[in-house]
Write a protein that binds this ligand. Structure first.
Ligand SMILES: *Cc1c(COP(=O)(O)O)cnc(C)c1O
Length: 406
């Protein structure tokens, strides 16, 4: 297998779009990734030739669709290294996955006086559900801070994790700083006091993947749409015994065994946590996206993205007054920056007019903005289809913005 980025770009029809008469330079894959034609075709084909609800009908297409849905579950299982298919729950996305744990697990196991530890660099989706659970239960939300490079202060773990810590929720890779926390150390510290570990894999699963069994975390959440799959489909991995100990979250169709007005019994895993009609076509689309990613040389993709990160870092730093946030070694291919005297939003607007799409603002991680004393940043994030020409367009656009704004 070899990695030919020009060939890969042909697989993504969005990348041949133009904006204001300029070719699109898409540097916002951290917000959502573009989809390869095979994923788009799969979703279209299923809607036109295979659509029928799963797990219900005895009829032909219901049966076929159910088989495809369960095949997709198996693909996800293999992709993230889970031990069994019962541990893979399809959700609408990472936010839904994290809320599922924050409601169902905390409902039973979080008590007044307990505490939950999150890191300072979490996405809002890995902060607010825990904050809400803590409020409901009278528990405390604790925060593991980062240093000036954006690395987690693991030296403080011993102080912040104690016998009343029930949950440690942390990202595999920060969507603003790119930081990849030392997860094995965090998982070990949490398990030493009997806390569960919840890993937000949204960025990590895309840039390097995961082996959840080797990592030993209790939960792992990610969204399909950042992994080149459709929107509206996501995954919650849960260790079987932890999932089995949890009460159901959403209830209704599909998650039950027997229902009467006196008493309802629930379906076994994983369906117990998949109430209602799930996004079954999206799940098959996610399976197709995984197959696409697996058809490429993972090492080559990583090294391609790393090359882009290094090249972009070097070129951006040559711009006067530009500061990059998140400077840890081995970071994910995400660059957040500000420029002295220029508003992040204005830079984004000017870049947009040159066809370059970046993210501006707080990136759903306001505490990171507070930590570094800014009210917003510009962010360029790379996917496997980006090129050094994209970086050149970014740098030219930023230089132009600086000339206009200063
Ligand atoms: C995007 C993202 C989320 C939220 O994902 P949704 O798809 O919006 O549910 C959570 N954490 C990280 C690190 C993200 O990048």
């Amino acid at each position: 297998m070899c990695f030919d980025v020009e060939k890969i770009r042909h697989d993504f029809p969005m990348l041949s779009q133009s904006v204001y008469g300029r070719p699109l330079v898409y540097l916002d894959s951290g917000a959502t990734a573009q989809k390869p034609q095979c994923v788009i075709d799969t979703v279209n084909r299923l809607h036109s030739t295979m659509n029928a609800n799963i797990h219900r009908g005895v009829h032909y297409f219901s049966d076929r669709m159910t088989a495809l849905y369960e095949e997709a579950r198996e693909k996800v299982r293999r992709f993230i290294g889970a031990a069994s298919r019962e541990e893979i729950i399809f959700t609408s996305g990472a936010t839904a996955s994290l809320n599922l744990v924050a409601y169902a697990w905390c409902e039973k196991f979080l008590h007044e006086g307990d505490n939950i530890l999150v890191s300072e660099i979490e996405h809002h989706s890995n902060i607010v559900p825990w904050q809400q659970a803590a409020l409901r239960k009278g528990a405390e939300l604790r925060v593991l801070p980062v240093d000036d490079e954006g690395a987690l202060r693991l030296d403080l773990l011993g102080e912040l994790i104690d016998a009343r810590t029930r949950v440690v929720a942390v990202t595999q890779a920060s969507n603003t700083l790119g930081t990849r926390p030392d997860l094995p150390t965090i998982v070990e510290a949490a398990h030493a006091v009997g806390a569960i570990t919840v890993v937000d894999g949204c960025q990590g699963v895309v840039h390097g993947g995961v082996d959840v069994a080797a990592l030993g975390c209790d939960f792992y959440a990610f969204s399909g749409h950042k992994l080149y799959a459709p929107t509206g489909i996501g995954v919650l991995y849960g260790r079987r015994e932890v999932l089995e100990s949890m009460p159901p979250f959403l209830s209704g169709g599909d998650m039950v065994d027997k229902v009467s007005f006196e008493r309802t019994t629930f379906a076994p895993l994983p369906l117990r946590f998949e109430a209602g009609t799930s996004n079954f076509i999206g799940a098959v689309g996610l399976g197709e996206a995984i197959s696409y990613v697996e058809s490429l040389d993972a090492e080559a993709v990583m090294s391609h993205e790393q090359t882009l990160l290094e090249y972009a870092t070097e070129r951006l730093l040559s711009i006067d007054g530009l500061r990059i946030y998140g400077t840890t070694a081995n970071k994910a291919p995400i660059i957040s920056f500000t420029i002295d005297g220029c508003d992040h939003y204005d830079i984004g607007m000017i870049l947009d007019k040159t066809g370059v799409a970046i993210r501006t603002g707080h990136h759903c991680a306001e505490p990171v903005m507070h930590r570094f004393g800014v009210n917003g940043m510009c962010r360029a994030s790379f996917g496997l289809y980006n090129t050094t020409a994209d970086v050149d367009a970014l740098v030219a656009g930023v230089q132009r913005a600086v000339r206009m704004l200063k």
